[in-house]
Design a protein around this ligand. Sequence first.
Ligand SMILES: Cc1cc2nc3c(=O)[nH]c(=O)nc-3n(C[C@H](O)[C@H](O)[C@H](O)COP(=O)(O)OP(=O)(O)OC[C@H]3O[C@@H](n4cnc5c(N)ncnc54)[C@H](O)[C@@H]3O)c2cc1C
Length: 453
Amino acid sequence: MSVEAFLRDLPQVTAQTEPAIVKRKSRDFYWYSPALKARLHGLAAQAVVMPRTTADVLAIAHAARRHGVALTVRGGGTGNYGQAVPLEQGVIVDMTDMNHLLKVENGVARVQAGANMLALDRELRQQGLEIRMFPSTKRTASVGGFYCGGSGGIGSIRWGGLNNPGNLLGGQLVTLAEQPVVEELRGQDAFCLLHAYGTTGIVTELDIPVEPAIDWQDMVLGFADFAAAAAFGRLLALQPGIDRKLVSVVEAGLVPYFPHMPDVVPPGHAIVIAMVAPAAVTVVEELARLHNGSPCYRAATHEAEDNPTQMPLYELTWNHTTLQVLKKDKSFTYLQCLHPVHETLASVATMAGLLGDEVMFHLEFMNIGGQITCSGLPVIRFTTQERLDEIIALFRAHGVNVANPHVYTLEEGSPHQKIPPALLEAKKRNDPLGLLNPGKMRSFVPTRHGVQA
Ligand SMILES: Cc1cc2nc3c(=O)[nH]c(=O)nc-3n(C[C@H](O)[C@H](O)[C@H](O)COP(=O)(O)OP(=O)(O)OC[C@H]3O[C@@H](n4cnc5c(N)ncnc54)[C@H](O)[C@@H]3O)c2cc1C
């Protein structure tokens, strides 16, 4: 493998070999996990390239094949499982210069994969439209990184997870097949790029659904205890007449870690954080009072997004909750759980009872196959890896699905410990030499010059 020769073949592509920059671009948010911190710390590529066009990406793919150079694609670098950390050096392909909204037609936006999600949403808003679903890292994440490395987030209460049919409509992929090509994928075929950590191709463009823009309102509602907040959160999540984009429940112990919230939330109160349509604000306040809750805070989401001194409330939810805690105390980590659709709140209560003060709960309501349940990203006081493994086993023993965020391979991170067969097939077809993010797809065995290694 010769990175120097690879770069010499690409005079038209911006490249960076300055060690400090390459090191920075070789990291993501893996450090949430003590296990990943120990395993991935210090790993870095040898160079970064920044394509501006699909032709640049195709040239990069040809050069990688020619010189046997490993490529790790990167968007905003906010992944949590070391998805964007190169295990075998090579070159980082930073996609953030490919950031244009190309067209919008019939509710579908064609967008370059490196587009920042907030910038994209702002551009769509000028046409009266918005992104249907985004991660709480909207301000830093790219659309390609979300589809290739994420799972769902704000909007999942309406639209489910990224892997539900209809949430990805097509895409353009550059392969590292024997003769690298630009492939146009439609419908279900495009799902081979979903949550594949960039192992099945370099995504250059995506077709994503958009919807008419709403001036979402951030709301915080306080409740005397977690059970009351969780019950109200579920009630709100189930309301067919209330337009909502986010419903989260946060236990009282987490509130002191949040900026500004201790000033507005009564001490010891659990909270429901919601994003609702303007027409629903009064309805939600009334409903909360009926259930012994009290409105504590309200602001327009987009004003908070546009004001550097403010924070949209979604930055307290999903995996931002863990970040808010880690900013004040590095001794915590987290898990990713999905509580069963039936008896959802009973399942949460059982786990909270079993784990006591060691775990702080927050729930993110979402639509799973037409039914409302909640994902939980409990914040855990870390003691040892053995105890963390015990906690994972305890959740699983009680029927809670856990996607382990303390591992870096696709298989180990999946709740079922395996990847869909279509993903493995796409890998064999599109990257037989295993040059794309090597080491992240454990079940794939690379071939050397067409022969099984
Ligand atoms: C504070 C915090 C909160 C988070 N909240 C959420 C959340 O609400 N929902 C959620 O799903 N995730 C969440 N995440 C995880 C992560 O932020 C999201 O998945 C995010 O969308 C990743 O986007 P990115 O551009 O930063 O991707 P990166 O980290 O740059 O990349 C993610 C993966 O995708 C691959 N990739 C990136 N671009 C391409 C491309 N063009 N072609 C092929 N492969 C590519 C990379 O190789 C990598 O494996 C959170 C993370 C943090 C740190």
